[in-house]
Unconditional design. Structure first.
Length: 370
């Protein structure tokens, strides 16, 4: 980047509305967008080989260690070790559903289908629970509102934070079993009930007020994957009934999914400031309300597949996960010390969680009042 471009970037990045008239500030923000786009213009192409290797490697490690956990003596150190490794490997693999949401299908052909077969279906989190839902979290008309599936006004209530943490950490495995193995057959037989499932129980969302609008094509896709789930899950159930598979395998599965959900819950709580006023935010507003946690190598454990750069992702949602680190370093290297854009960076997950809890109000808050 040239010296003149760097100087212009620093001038724009440190500008505030108080320093400039509204019209001038709007011009500076447009200039900032143009400069930032220029800095990351070459980072939007996904590396298909890396996508396949990373996803399949995570799935293979997850399944291998899950088998190890089931075969090990209950509560032995071998089983505990295998369960933790399996949970973290599956967690990384599941996080690719976020990439699938932003990925053009022609960019990595067949990736979503294979992902569903090796991860989404056996872990009861098919891609349709996220694809078509996550887009509302980025929308300029719904981010931070009641219609945002991945947002809650946590700053309004500490109790809301605690309730979400407990529910999302421990109730996910039984909720998934209920949705896809018990309610799905009913929905497939009763269309009216399936429409209810489509709107209220087919989205991997944290906002209980969110209601999903489903097109006929999406509904058909849901039914197809529900049938696949029932067919594939019938295999281990039959094996268990015949005595060929120990029933504890399902318990181990639930523990693994629960641990992965716990880690994801902590990550989600540390991904935003959650300072919503109920109104949607533009790209700059989303950037200001989101958090990057570059951290060190261990950050990749709890925020894999580019999720550590969550603020940057909201600013440039089209950059694939493997290029987000490079984009972050370019942008951070271009701004001056003290730039408000550096405020989006947190030193650690613990710091983000502590800040969120400390700033939250000590009062009861009803979501219906949001």
């Amino acid at each position: 980047m040239s010296t003149s471009s760097s100087d212009t970037w620093r001038h724009v990045a440190t500008a505030t509305p108080a320093e400039h008239r509204p019209a001038e500030f709007a011009r500076l923000r447009e200039e900032l967008d143009a400069l930032s786009r220029r800095l990351v213009a070459d980072l939007h192409t996904p590396n298909a080989a890396l996508f396949w290797t990373d996803m399949l490697g995570s799935a293979a490690l997850g399944w291998a260690t899950l088998v190890w956990a089931v075969a090990s003596a209950p509560f032995s150190w071998q089983q505990m070790t295998a369960i933790v490794i399996s949970a973290l490997a599956f967690y990384r693999g599941l996080c690719f559903t976020h990439e699938i949401t932003h990925l053009r299908r022609r960019a990595v052909p067949g990736f979503e289908t294979v992902w569903n077969l090796v991860l989404g279906v056996p872990l009861l989190l098919p891609s349709f629970t996220y694809v078509g839902v996550h887009q509302s979290h980025h929308s300029l008309s719904t981010y931070g509102t009641r219609d945002d599936p991945e947002y809650l006004p946590f700053r309004k209530s500490r109790r809301l934070i605690v309730q979400f943490a407990i529910q999302s950490s421990f109730l996910v495995p039984p909720a998934l079993v209920m949705r896809f193995l018990i309610l799905s057959p009913i929905g497939l037989l009763v269309p009216a009930f399936h429409r209810l499932l489509e709107a209220r129980a087919s989205s991997f969302a944290m906002n209980p007020l969110y209601r999903r609008a489903v097109t006929p094509a999406q509904a058909s896709e849901m039914r197809r994957w529900e049938i696949v789930i029932l067919a594939l899950w019938a295999i281990p159930v039959i094996l268990a009934v015949r005595g060929s598979l120990p029933w504890r395998a399902f318990v181990v599965w639930a523990v693994v999914v629960g641990i992965a959900s716990f880690v994801n819950t902590a990550r989600v709580l540390g991904a935003h400031d959650y300072e919503t006023d109920g109104h949607p935010r533009d790209r700059h507003g989303q950037l200001a309300d989101s958090i990057d946690t570059p951290g060190a190598f261990w950050t990749e454990i709890w925020a894999p597949v580019g999720l550590r750069y969550h603020a940057l992702h909201h600013y440039f949602p089209g950059i694939p996960y493997h290029n987000l680190g490079r984009a972050y370093r370019r942008l951070i290297g271009a701004v001056a010390p003290g730039s408000p854009y550096l405020d989006s960076t947190s030193p650690s997950l613990w710091q983000s969680l502590r800040t969120l809890y400390q700033k939250a109000k000590r009062q009861y808050f009803r979501l219906t009042d949001w």
